[in-house]
Design a binder for this molecule. Structure first.
Ligand SMILES: [Zn+2]
Length: 124
């Protein structure tokens, strides 16, 4: 059950959604629009790990931060995810995480660029 970040093309808000199965369609929690663009695909889980979700879901600070797109919470989440996967951080660089932990969100442009780079490296 991966958590994805979307930007709503209708109201422009960012929303964090838990996607249950590939058939479910993301819907903006603010306005109900289905016109959503996915952000932060680098955060997506490559395989399910219920322990890490339980950990994240039981952390109210983290969940609130994710809802509010708090960069510190996003950085913490990213670290938890990559630790759980036992992989080195290939999506978000340490530099980004460091900036996010200092409360600075990468710009949309930087995120898009990193997503493109990440996706072009994807073996599938
Ligand atoms: Zn919306």
């Amino acid at each position: 059950m991966p958590i994805y970040e979307y930007r709503c093309n209708n109201c422009g808000r960012k929303v964090s959604l838990l996607i249950r199965g590939s058939s479910s369609e993301p819907v903006c929690t603010a306005c109900g629009s289905k016109e959503l663009s996915r952000l932060f695909s680098t955060f997506a889980m490559k395989r399910p790990d219920t322990a890490v979700y339980d950990d994240i879901l039981s952390d109210p600070y983290l969940m609130r931060g994710l809802k509010e797109n708090n960069p510190r919470a996003l950085a913490k989440w990213s670290r938890k995810m990559s630790d759980a996967m036992g992989e080195k951080r290939d999506g978000l660089s340490e530099e980004w995480l460091g900036r996010m932990e200092h409360g600075q969100m990468p710009s949309q442009q930087e995120i898009s660029k990193a997503q493109e780079e990440y996706l072009s490296k994807e073996p599938e």
